[in-house]
Each structure stands twice: as C-alpha cells, then as structure tokens.
Design a protein around this ligand. Structure first.
Ligand code: ZN
Length: 278
C-alpha cells in the first residue's frame, strides 16, 4: 500500500486520505438527506491530486447502505485501483473535469428537482438573488443538451467554466445541463456539496418567484459587490478561499484555450445539435 505523501507535497486544499474518503462518503450519503436525489440519481467524488486518484460512489448502490470503504478508487485514466464494485457510470465526466481543472477537488452530480426544472427548459438562472451573487458570482449557466458519449459532457462543462473565466467572472461552482440535471464543483467534496445544496435552494426560490411574477436580475455591479464580500469576508475561512472556486485555474489544452471559451461552448452546442439529428 502506498504511503501518504508528505504535507509539503500536497496542494494547499488537499485533504488527508482519510479526510477525503470521509468527505466523499458524507457528500454521497448527504445527497438524499438534502433532498437532491431520488433512488440512485446522483453521485459525489473527490480527488487526491498527489496520488492522482479519485474516490467515487459505486454504481447503483443505495446511499443509506453505502459504507466509506466501499467507495471506488480510480486513477485519472479511469482504471479501478481499489474497491470491489464498479464506479458510477458518470465517472468519465468527473475524470474529464478533474483532468482539466486543477483546482477542482470535489464534484457532485444530481438531478435535483428545482435545478433540473430550469435545465429541462434550457434556462440559465439569472442572478436574481443576493444568494446567487454570493455563491455563484453571476448567472448560473445552462448548457445545451449533451449525450453521455465519451467526453461530451466533460468537454462542455470545462468549456463553460473557461467561458466564465474569459468573461472576467468567477467560474460558477455549479451549472445546469439541458434536459438532464446539474453538476457542482468545489476545492473539496464538502464545498461541492454545499454548492449543490445552494443551487437547489436558489432554484426553488426562483421557481416560486417566477410563479408569482417577473423578477429582474440584480445589476452586475451589485452582483460583484455581494460576491466579493462573500469571497473575501464571509465565514471563518481564509480570505478568498470560500466555498466558491475563486481561483480556479483551467488547464485547457492549447487549441481549446485559443478558441476562447464562449466560442467553444457554441461549437459544442452545434455539434451536439447536429449529432442529435443523425
Ligand atoms: Zn445524470
């Protein structure tokens, strides 16, 4: 069994192996408790960057029966390194995001009802609320419908995060997938879980407001004011290290980066649309 690398070899947001396993397990079993999943429709993972391994939920296992030691250990090429069960079928999307976003330490995927209602309509959630400005730093994007073949979902998510960064905003810690659900990210699995919970909470409030009237998004300057205070002044964490991916670095390849995030999203959308007709 490999030994744990020295603390100095681990990135600043790295967890010990035991803490990572605990957080990934807690995020998974927390999904039904937070009302974010029905039956098995969601999963959580976390990465040990020093060992280049991720821990992810096994496929089709009841959350209330999941034990921490049953999480599946997979390397960044998708090979199972430990665990007796098959990993989540969403593993390729998790892997792609980890490979291309070095600051992501945890990922959550759900079909949570209120967020997915917006996703079904292909509607992003504008920054209607101060809570959206705080946690998400702006509109919560909605990607076009994507099939689950290869890296289509991972590519589109990474491109959307890059597009947000190219626009000068903090990459949102969650986004919507058209006709599908939501992905949330964070420096740790715990932070990703918080983003998934907050996404569903603001989606519910916005849904209720939209049944009552026509809300308007906050002005961009107000969004920035709230988001900056949240990033740098909220809670007991170090400045700038809130649950959001404040300093997300996007390890995009040369071609992808050169194209620019927004154009990449548009290209992916066209490709997916075309593929859907064939
Ligand atoms: Zn799904």
């Amino acid at each position: 069994m490999p030994t744990r690398p020295p603390a100095s070899a681990r990135p600043s947001n790295a967890l010990t192996s035991a803490a990572l396993r605990q957080q990934v397990w807690a995020a998974n079993v927390g999904l039904p408790r937070a009302g974010l999943v029905t039956m098995h429709s969601g999963n959580a993972s976390g990465i040990d960057r020093a060992r280049r391994q991720i821990l992810i939920k096994p496929s089709g296992v009841d959350y209330d029966r999941l034990r921490p030691q049953e999480l599946v250990t997979v390397d960044l090429d998708g090979r199972v390194r430990a665990g007796k069960m098959k990993p989540s079928v969403d593993l390729p999307h998790h892997l792609y995001i980890y490979r291309h976003c070095p600051e992501v330490g945890g990922i959550i995927h759900t079909h949570s009802n209120y967020a997915t209602a917006f996703a079904l309509l292909g509607q992003p959630i504008p920054a209607y609320l101060t809570a959206i400005a705080d946690e998400f730093g702006g509109e919560i994007p909605c990607l076009p419908y994507l099939d689950n073949i290869g890296d289509h979902i991972g590519e589109a998510i990474v491109a959307a995060l890059h597009a947000a960064a190219a626009q000068g905003r903090t990459p949102p810690p969650a986004l919507l997938l058209g006709h599908h659900g939501a992905f949330a990210f964070g420096p740790t699995p715990k932070a990703a879980f918080k983003a998934a919970v907050m996404l569903e909470d603001v989606a519910k409030t916005c849904h209720l407001a939209l049944t009552l009237g026509s809300p308007e998004a906050l002005p961009a300057a107000e969004v920035k004011k709230w988001h900056d205070r949240y990033r740098f002044g909220y809670g007991q964490t170090r400045p700038g290290r809130s649950a959001a991916l404040a300093g997300l670095r996007l390890g995009l390849g040369g071609k992808q980066a050169a194209m620019g995030g927004a154009r990449e999203v548009a290209k992916l959308a066209r490709r997916v649309k075309g593929a859907g007709r064939s």
